[in-house]
Design a protein around this ligand. Structure first.
Ligand code: G16
Ligand code: MG
Length: 220
């Protein structure tokens, strides 16, 4: 069996992607830039400043703002986003996740979090899952967002396990690429993802027997 399972936060543990989307949409609208669901897909797993850079590039406005103005835009986006996090509660945990976390602990499989969100600690707290994660990688220490494997490697290091002995779970293309580059097995959540070692339509299909079978199939 795997020694650890490492979870992405946004889109796997809870659906904060929609809240990021609404916050970016309102900042972008002020700049006369339209952010639609398809653009939002490209922002998943991408850090706050990198997300802003992409939005400005899409609007052809990457040269228009100073570093200070960009920092202020990112701060305002974050303030909107953080305010919207107040609606999170244990009921916001996506289907299948709470039961899987409990089962992983029963099976003595370590549980990690690999989110590039600086808000990850407060989100995990609002979801009532602080006790369920043996280690949460610190996004503040990460230099490169996904698809760079840095955050997943940091999560493995914190758990004291080798990536080769772990499964990573992701809903974003950049996240699946990050897992693959780390040397972990990748489990993708969604219909459109490429390159995942196993793809499930939603988190509701996740459970321990399925992870075990997945692991055995990949190691036979
Ligand atoms: C999440 C989201 C990204 C977001 C990033 C940074 O990453 O998917 O859209 O831009 O965190 O978030 P914050 O602005 O809260 O620091 P992940 O790794 O959980 O998918
Ligand atoms: Mg995600």
């Amino acid at each position: 069996k795997p020694q650890a399972v490492i979870f992405d936060l946004d889109g796997v543990v809870t659906d904060t992607a929609h809240l990021h989307f609404l916050a970016w949409q309102s900042i972008a609208a002020e700049l006369d830039i339209t952010v639609d669901e398809q653009i939002n897909e490209q922002l998943k797993g991408i850090s706050r400043m990198d997300s802003l850079a992409r939005i400005l590039r899409i609007g052809g406005a990457e040269q228009r703002y100073s570093e200070q103005e960009k920092n202020r835009l990112a701060e305002r986006k974050n303030a909107l986003y953080v305010a919207s996090l107040q609606q999170l509660s244990p009921a916001s945990v996506l289907p299948g996740i709470a039961a899987l976390l409990e089962e992983l602990h029963r099976q003595d499989v370590r549980v990690g979090l690999a989110s590039v969100s600086l808000n990850a600690p407060r989100i995990i707290k609002a979801l009532g899952l602080v006790e369920q994660f043996d280690f949460c990688a610190d996004a503040g220490q990460i230099k490169h967002s996904k698809p760079d494997p840095e955050i997943f490697i940091a999560a493995c290091a914190g758990l004291g396990v080798s990536p080769a002995n772990c499964i990573g779970i992701e809903d974003a293309q950049a996240g699946v690429e990050a897992i693959n580059a780390s040397g972990m097995l990748s489990l993708g959540i969604g219909e459109q993802l490429k390159h995942a070692d196993l793809l499930l339509p939603t988190t509701a299909q996740l459970n321990w027997p399925l992870l075990q079978t997945f692991w055995l199939n990949q190691h036979s």
